[in-house]
Every structure is written in C-alpha cells, then in structure tokens.
Design a protein around this ligand. Structure first.
Ligand SMILES: Cc1ncc(COP(=O)(O)O)c(C=O)c1O
Length: 382
C-alpha cells in the first residue's frame, strides 16, 4: 500500500514524516492566500469589469506597466512595458520559444547542469541539447564561443542568476561577453531569470534583460518564485521585433492574452504593494533558512562534501567524493525519511552522479536541520 499523503502538489506527493529537500517550491505557509484574496476583491470591484474577458495578446497594458515599475528597482534599470509579454510562467514561455524558434531535430545549447524540467520540455520538442560547462562564475563563455564555431544552435538556454541547480551567478564580465556573442553570431539567448529577485546578501549583476535591445535575448521571469506558482503567471522581456513575432503566433491569436484573470488580480496586488511585501518576507525567510542550512551542512557532513554558500535562489548544490553515487544514496535517504534531488537529473550526458541538489524553499528551519541530520546519517559524518 502506498504511504498516506501528507502534502500533494502537481509535481509530487509527500508522505507524512518525509523531510523533502528535493522540492523547489515555497512552503505552504509562505503561499500568500490572504494577500491574493485581498487583491482578487480589489480587482473584482473595478468598474470596467474586464477580468473575465479574452485578454490582449501581449498582456494587459496596465498590468505590463505596473510590472515594469516593479521590475525597474529590482533590475536596477528602467523597464519598458512595450518590451514585456505576459506568459503562463517560465515553463510555458520555454515551450513557446521552442515552438516558435526551433524545429524538431535541431541542436540547442544548455548548461551542464541545467534545470531538469527544461530538459523535459526540450525533449518534448525533439531538440538535441549540447551541454556547455560551467564554473563558479556561471557558463564558461569561451566554451560557448568555441562551440559556435562548429554548430549553429536554434538557441542557448541559460539560467544566469541563482542557477537551478547550482545557484551560481554568471559574472558581469561574462554577461557582457554573452551579449556580444549573441550579437556577433545572431545567437538567440533564452535567459531564464526567474530567481533574479531572490537575493539574500548582495544584489546580483544586471539581468540579461538589460541587453535585450542590443542583442538577441529573451529574458524570462515568473511570479511562481516571488508570489505563488499556482497563479501560472510570468513574463518575457525582449526587443520589439521578437515580441511582435511572439504576439503573432496562433496560440495568442486564438486564445488571446495568457492568463488575463491572474494578471488582473496580480495588477491589484502590485498596486496595493502586496507583491513587494511578499518578496521582502521571502527574502528574509529564505535568507535565514539558507544560513541555517549551510551551517548545519558544514557541521554535519564530512569535509569531502563540498558546496558554496549561495547569495540567492532556492538551492544548495552539494558535490560529494568522486566515487559516491547519489542515485544509490537517494534510495537510502528515502528509507531515513529524507529526500534530495540526485545530480544526474540535471545532466544532459548522464553525469554529475556524485552531486545532489538541496532546496531550502519548502521546509522551515527546524525541518531543514532535522533533514540534514538524517542526510548526514546517510552520507557519513566528519
Ligand atoms: C530555472 C527555472 N525555470 C522555470 C521554472 C518554472 O517556472 P514557472 O512556474 O514560472 O513555470 C523553474 C521552477 O522550478 C525553474 O527553476
């Protein structure tokens, strides 16, 4: 008989007693039900009553304007609402980019490691991912340049800020070089910047969105990480020519704008200052959890378990001794009621077998500490 379910989401069901360090979504306690009820009431009381109509293909202009005003201070640069297009979240945006800018069988470039579910979307589109190496400063742009001499990909998919799973940030110098390569090689860069607002210590370098007008870049953002994934609401930012191409697609022509209902409610949340408030709470909560998790990892795990303390995002990426197989450890961990994400899931070449991703987004601090204690009993102690 399967274990009873203590918590169930679209991506998984968590049995009671399990401490889940694998799941990359906010704790149920951090989902802003009260704020969203307030925003929905505010939105429903608007005299123009447009919430339930088909929406504009690019997304409601007032929502895009409020979103641009919200993003400006976070990005440290002005954002033009004309360069924003409303999406159903970053996953849908990735899928739409694949539909519009690639054909089955074509090569794309991804990072090694990369977001495991983006890999699945690329597989849905029968794309052929070529993995590019990363280091502590993010994607190694020299390796990209080298590959570009040999292969012309449909696009590069990159997670420049608080990468999933490694949490590293692409350095400012590499961001410039990446934009320059995009210009020189007409390379479409899909920059998944969903974690950019979640900084806990120092601000990250400027987003790739900053170079949207001067290079061939589509930057993706999402309310999933800063408000609630159930809203299915995000945005992409790009130059007008790319926006026009996307606005003209059959999906938007037939269905109208993506998620006018959620964007109407979130417009109210933005106007009432509720998104900023929620983001401040998340930064404080996740920042504290991250510190507690890293301290426990340093104390409990053997020195052969290496990690860098991230400055933002959701994850700690742990590298164990070369010979360790985290897939085998995963089964042992489950038997101790703790779960993590094995590194191989993020690899496009069946590698990273000695790595694991730990999330501090879902569990609160006492559970994180208990989880690391259990993990230490599986991995071994100092
Ligand atoms: C890098 C990255 N992109 C996209 C997503 C999915 O975002 P959304 O909920 O906006 O589709 C995630 C969620 O884990 C993610 O980590």
């Amino acid at each position: 008989m399967p274990a009873a379910i203590a918590y169930s989401t679209a991506q998984k069901e968590i049995p009671p007693g399990m401490i889940d360090l694998a799941i990359g979504q906010p704790s149920p306690r951090l989902l802003p039900y009260g704020a969203m009820a307030q925003a929905a009431a505010h939105s429903g009381a608007r005299p123009e009553r447009m919430l339930l109509a088909y929406g504009a293909e690019q997304g409601d202009r007032r929502f895009r304007t409020a979103l641009a005003d919200f993003l400006g201070p976070i990005y440290g640069l002005p954002v033009d609402p004309a360069h924003l297009l409303v999406t159903n979240g970053a996953s849908q945006a990735i899928d739409m980019v694949c539909t519009l800018f690639s054909k089955a069988g074509e090569t794309i470039f991804v990072e090694e490691p990369t977001y495991f579910l983006a890999r699945k979307i690329f597989a849905d589109h029968r794309l052929n991912p070529v993995a590019l190496p990363m280091d502590a400063d993010g994607l190694i742009v020299e390796a990209l340049e080298e590959q570009l001499r040999r292969v012309r990909p449909a696009f590069l998919y990159t997670i420049p800020t608080y990468h999933n799973p490694t949490s590293v940030c692409l350095s400012a110098a590499r961001r410039e070089k990446l934009a320059e390569l995009s210009r020189r090689h007409h390379l479409l860069v899909v920059a998944d910047e969903v974690y950019h607002p979640l900084s806990y210590t120092r601000p990250p370098p400027s987003p790739m969105a900053a170079a949207c007008l001067s290079a061939n870049i589509i930057s993706l953002g999402s309310f999933s990480k800063i408000l609630a994934p159930g809203l299915r609401l995000g945005w992409l930012q790009a130059a007008p020519a790319l926006i026009e191409r996307i606005v003209d697609c059959g999906l938007l022509d037939s269905g109208g704008g993506l998620n006018p209902f959620s964007s109407g409610v979130v417009l109210s949340a933005l106007e009432l200052g509720l998104v900023e408030k929620n983001l401040a709470l998340l930064r404080q909560t996740y920042g504290r959890r991250l510190q507690a998790m890293c301290a426990a990892l340093r104390e409990r795990l053997p020195p052969s378990a290496r990690f860098s303390e991230p400055a933002g995002g959701f994850f700690v990426w742990l590298e164990l001794a070369e010979a360790v197989d985290t897939l085998a450890l995963h089964a042992k961990a489950l038997s101790q009621n703790v779960e993590f994400m094995p590194g191989v899931r993020f690899s496009s070449r069946q590698g990273l077998g000695n790595c694991m991703r730990l999330s501090f987004a879902f569990c609160d601090t006492p559970d994180l500490l208990k989880g690391i204690e259990r993990l230490a009993s599986v991995v071994g102690r100092p």
